[in-house]
Design a protein around this ligand. Structure first.
Ligand code: HSE
Length: 296
């Protein structure tokens, strides 16, 4: 069997809606081999579909079809610690696992760039799948059916604190909350910050993140869907976060923290979650993943 290990991801980073994303040190794994029909199980007790609707299975089948190869079926043993419907790229991780697993079983017809394109055609936007495949900080543009991505390693001097609530928010619900049109001034607000965000990561000037992560295109519309989300934003900022934003479509809220401040941040923010009646939120700290998905 081959094993595919895919990192969690956080998309948008505030201003970079549907474009920017980072890979985090939390991993789903899938062991895969050809079989007759779907033979799917979970090694960690996660409740995942075991029939043909399984996202890893479907993505693998699409690779076989795209390559003109007959698809009998797939045996898949999943481990899925990335929580579902929390804005940490769990469905992207499944799509990427299926694509990279099938690609390896077929003798690697797809390059990484092909895999990013193929995964984006399934997911609809590149900001989770690109960092899941490439690792690090990735900025992507989807143009004419092709994804143009550039990546940069994230320096070890920053780390990511995730306030993960015990409630879910489906991406389709969070996308349905967005307006069809936005004021020109909001578009300008975001494009200047998205450019600053990309430059800040590429030059490792993370001190720009308090401004560069601000957003007017999606967070104001989504925060009302996240119970106590505003309080968590305030809490993270007052504990010294460099940048705080909704992770992907939410409901997780992610804070970029200086690694030298990590212990103090976790202590202070953890205590204040308890005091502030924010017990639905659980605080986890992740490093950046600069490697991206690995196939063994
Ligand atoms: N960019 C996407 C969104 C990420 O915010 O809706 C979630 O899939």
């Amino acid at each position: 069997m081959i094993t595919v290990k895919v990192p969690a991801t956080s998309a948008n980073l505030g201003a970079g809606f549907d474009s920017c994303g980072v890979a985090l040190s939390l991993y789903n794994t899938a062991r895969m081999e050809e079989a007759d029909g779907p033979v799917i199980s979970s090694a960690d007790g996660t409740n995942t579909p075991t029939d043909e609707s399984n996202l890893i299975y479907q993505s693998a089948r699409r690779v076989y079809e795209a390559c003109g190869k007959p698809f009998r079926g797939m045996k898949i043993i999943q481990e899925s610690p990335i929580p579902m419907a929390r804005g940490l790229g769990s469905s992207s991780a499944c799509i990427v696992a299926g694509i990279l697993g099938a690609n390896a079983l077929l003798g690697d017809p797809f390059s990484k760039e092909d895999a990013v394109n193929f995964a984006t055609s399934i997911e609809g936007h590149p900001d989770n799948v690109a960092p899941a495949i490439l690792g690090g900080f990735v900025v992507s543009a989807y143009d004419g059916g092709h994804v143009y991505s550039l990546r940069k390693d994230i320096a070890p001097r920053v780390t990511f604190a995730a306030f993960i609530p015990d409630f879910e928010l489906l991406t389709e619900t969070a996308r349905a909350a967005l307006p069809k049109e936005v004021p020109h001034r909001d578009a300008v607000y975001n494009l200047s910050r998205a450019a600053l965000l990309a430059t800040a990561f590429c030059t490792e000037q993370y001190e720009m993140l308090p401004v560069a992560t601000k957003d007017m295109l999606h967070q104001p519309y989504r925060l009302p869907l996240i119970e106590n989300g505003e309080k968590v934003f305030e809490l993270a900022k007052s504990c010294g976060a460099l940048g705080t934003f909704i992770s992907g479509a939410g409901p997780t809220i992610l804070a970029v923290v200086r690694t030298s401040d990590r212990a103090a941040f976790l202590r202070e923010a953890g205590a204040r979650l308890q005091e502030g009646e924010l017990g639905a939120y659980h605080l986890h700290c992740f490093d950046a993943d600069n490697a991206g998905a690995v196939v063994e």
